[in-house]
Structure formats: structure tokens, C-alpha cells
Ligand binder design. Structure first.
Ligand code: ATP
Length: 404
């Protein structure tokens, strides 16, 4: 119904961006991006009213997000109005507005659009050679100043190249290297850089992109000391394995694999450098705890576990629990990637089972047993949990017997 609503409002509506690219590549992509030649917000309001879906609008940018009941999202943007009044001399005047919108995009493969209005439904617009470059498997910029205009495109180029198995065109790589040499990346705001790094690390296998970043001398903008050393390939590969293992557990606990990859990428940075990186990249406070505080704590935990490996002593389940409990799953997976087989097994055991262990009695039960509430409760409940973890207590009756 997008096209019909567009028609009624007298606006052309186009499907653009990654979905069109991936449609032509026959790859799944569920991000629907629409561009409306006209008032995108009015268009989105009308769709929301008819379909009964939720709507978020950003007046300043002329954009909106439609959120359907099943969580499906559609991004709507307005092709810029000022371009609407182009002199009629332009050859493709009916497309002038969408053409300018597409011209502002990063790479030719992202400039394809499909018309959705009834009269022209399904028509593919290709102003900048996007189809040719999809066929050539090439990432190409639209003009020479593209990387200077927006240096985050440097990271985006690497991401698309590696994700799609494409290669930058030679002039494009040349422009990229020259923009890097001239220091344009330093102008990028930290949070934008971090966002692009996140997108790279969200790829199923970020390793090729990491290597390519090293090859293009892009890692130093994340932190000057960041290097790909001989141990990095093994660590990233191990990270992939543990992340995959964890996903197969289906624990329904929040876990962001890209953060585990970030921990691996930065494993060799010392604490001060890590803090420096987080400051420079304006890392959000919710990540700071994991990347700095927990990372410091985790080093001690790892040292403790390594001592046990050397001595050949298996940690008690309750000791493992006490050591690992303060750490988020991302940090635990990072420890698994860093550790040897024993450590991987211990931390894995914690993640897959110990973490879920609970004792049955709670504070109310203890009160009912006539115990005075206070710090004693915590101690008793901890003892009960330790008993469960170490396999000494198996039931509520076992627990009651111990308390009595
Ligand atoms: P993905 O499959 O990763 O979502 P995508 O192509 O949809 O790929 P997005 O990052 O979601 O990528 O961006 C949506 C569209 O917006 C892109 O197709 C691209 O044309 C455009 N775009 C995004 N960032 C930039 C940028 N820095 N410069 C120019 N165009 C950009």
C-alpha cells in the first residue's frame, strides 16, 4: 500500500538502499528504507493511520520510522524539498529529487532505487552505475571528494567490501588511502567512529575486515597502539567459536557478540590505553563498565584461574561462581577465548549451568523458620547456594535440614 498512499498524496515513493542492493544480490535484508519525493512525514502518518502501526518522527530531518505490530520496521525519509524546485531543463526532471537524494549516498551499489507508485511500480532507477558495480563486485564512490566529505565512509567501504566479498575499485581505494594519509579520519567525531566500528564487529566474521583495516592503516584511529599481531588471528577465531557455542545455548540472556570481538581486538591494549580509546571514541557509559572496570577485574580472575591450571587444582563450583558472577557474559566469553582448554571448560560450565543454579529457600522461608532478619540471612542463603553448586544439597528438604 506504500505506492497507493504515495499516489494519493501526489508523491513518488521509492524503495532504496541496502534492501535494493541485496535484492539484486539475492541476499536477505529486512531493512526497508523508503524515500518519498515530498513530505515523508505526512506519508508516514497516513500509512500509520491506515495500518494502525506506531510512528516515530524526526521533524528536523524529515524522517520517520513506522513500527508494525510484529516489530517490523520501515524507515521513511523525505527527498530534500529544496531540490524539488530544480530548473525544468534537467533531463530527468521527474526524478530530479530522488536522483539528488541518491547522489548523496556513499557507494554506487547503495544508490539503486525501486519505484513503488502504481504507474511505475517495480521500475529500477540506476543513475550511477550501481548494477554494473554489483556485477563487477566493486565498491565504488560516486565522486572524488566522497571520503573527504564524510570520512566514516572509509570504514563503511571496508565493511561492504568484506561483507559482500567485493573489492574496492582501484580509484576508490586510491582516494581512500589518500584521505587516510591526509588525516581526514581525525576529523570524525568519536561516537560516529565507534558506531562504524560496531557495525564492522557485528558482521558474523569480522576478521577479514579487521585485517583490511590494518592493511589500510585504519586501526590507529581507534587507538594509536592498536595493532594486528601474530596472536590476533587465533584470538579472533577462538572468539568466533565461543560466541557461536554460546548462541547455541539459547539462554535468552542479553549478549552482544560484537563487544566480545571488541574485547579481543583490544586485548593487547593496557588499561590506560583502553580508557584513552573509550574517551576518544566517546563510548557510552553502559559500555564503559564492561570495557574498563570489568576488564581490569577479569584480568585478576584470569590470573587466578591460570594459577589453578598450573597447580593442577580444579576450582570448586562455588568458587567459580563467586569469581565469575560479577562479570557480564561478554566478558566471560572473552575469558573463554583467551584461556586454555581448562579455563574454557570451567567458564563454559559456569555459563551453561552454574549461573542458573538457585537455592529453593528464600528470605520469607527463613523468617517463617523464626530466624531474625539481617545480615545472617545473606550468609545462610549463600551457604545454601554453595551447597547446591557443589552438589551437597539436592532438595528443599536438604536445605531445611541444613538450616535447622
Ligand atoms: P546494511 O545491510 O548494513 O543495513 P545498508 O546499506 O542498509 O546496509 P545503512 O548503514 O543502514 O546501510 O545505511 C542505509 C543507506 O544510507 C545506505 O544504503 C547508504 O546509501 C546510506 N548511507 C549510510 N551512511 C552513509 C554515509 N556515511 N554516507 C552516505 N550514505 C550513507
Amino acid at each position: 500500500s506504500f505506492g497507493r498512499v504515495g499516489e494519493e498524496l501526489g508523491a513518488q515513493v521509492y524503495l532504496v538502499g541496502g534492501m535494493v542492493r541485496d535484492l539484486l544480490l539475492r541476499q536477505d535484508n529486512f531493512d526497508v528504507d523508503l524515500v518519498v519525493e515530498g513530505d515523508g512525514i505526512a506519508f508516514a502518518r497516513e500509512i500509520a493511520a491506515r495500518e494502525g502501526c506506531r510512528l516515530r518522527t524526526h521533524q528536523k530531518f524529515g524522517t520517520a520510522v513506522l513500527i508494525f505490530a510484529d516489530g517490523f520496521k520501515v524507515d521513511v525519509a523525505s527527498a530534500r524539498m529544496e531540490y524539488y524546485q530544480q530548473p525544468a531543463a534537467l533531463p530527468t526532471v521527474e526524478y530530479a529529487s530522488i536522483k539528488l537524494d541518491l547522489f548523496r549516498r556513499d557507494f554506487t551499489i547503495n544508490t539503486l532505487a525501486i519505484a513503488l507508485n502504481e504507474g511505475s511500480f517495480g521500475e529500477l532507477l540506476d543513475f550511477f552505475g550501481g548494477q554494473r558495480d554489483l556485477k563487477d563486485r566493486a565498491v565504488r564512490v560516486l565522486h572524488n571528494l566522497s571520503f573527504v566529505e564524510d570520512p566514516t565512509r572509509v570504514y563503511r567501504a571496508v565493511r561492504f567490501e568484506q561483507r559482500l566479498g567485493f573489492r574496492m575499485g582501484r580509484p576508490t581505494e586510491h582516494l581512500l588511502r589518500s584521505a587516510v594519509r591526509q588525516g581526514f579520519i581525525e576529523r570524525v567525531g568519536g561516537n560516529r567512529l565507534f558506531r562504524e566500528l560496531e557495525l564492522i564487529l557485528r558482521e558474523p566474521d569480522p576478521w577479514p575486515a579487521i585485517q583490511r583495516m590494518a592493511d589500510l592503516d585504519l586501526l590507529k584511529y581507534i587507538h594509536p597502539n592498536l595493532k594486528v599481531d601474530a596472536r590476533m588471528p587465533g584470538l579472533v577465531a577462538e572468539t568466533r567459536r565461543v560466541v557461536h557455542w554460546y548462541q547455541l545455548l539459547y539462554l535468552h540472556q542479553p549478549c552482544e557478540p560484537w563487544l566480545v570481538f571488541l574485547l579481543s581486538l583490544t586485548a593487547r591494549l593496557d588499561d590506560d590505553s583502553m580508557l584513552g580509546m573509550c574517551r576518544r571514541l566517546k563510548v557510552a557509559p553502559r559500555f564503559l563498565d564492561l570495557l574498563c572496570e570489568q576488564r581490569r577485574a577479569a584480568k585478576k580472575v584470569l590470573a587466578g584461574l591460570r594459577r589453578r591450571v598450573r597447580r593442577g587444582t580444579e576450582p570448586k563450583a562455588s568458587d567459580l561462581y563467586r569469581m565469575l558472577r560479577p562479570l557480564d557474559s561478554e566478558m566471560l566469553l572473552f575469558l573463554m577465548a583467551l584461556g586454555d582448554d581448562s579455563i574454557r571448560q570451567w567458564v563454559g560450565h559456569y555459563l551453561s549451568s552454574l549461573q542458573q543454579v538457585r537455592c529453593e529457600l528464600n528470605g520469607h522461608d527463613l523468617e517463617r523458620l523464626g530466624l531474625p532478619p539481617g545480615p545472617l540471612f545473606r550468609e545462610i542463603l549463600d551457604t545454601l547456594l554453595a551447597g547446591r553448586l557443589n552438589g551437597r544439597l539436592h532438595s528443599r528438604d536438604d536445605e531445611l535440614a541444613l538450616v535447622r
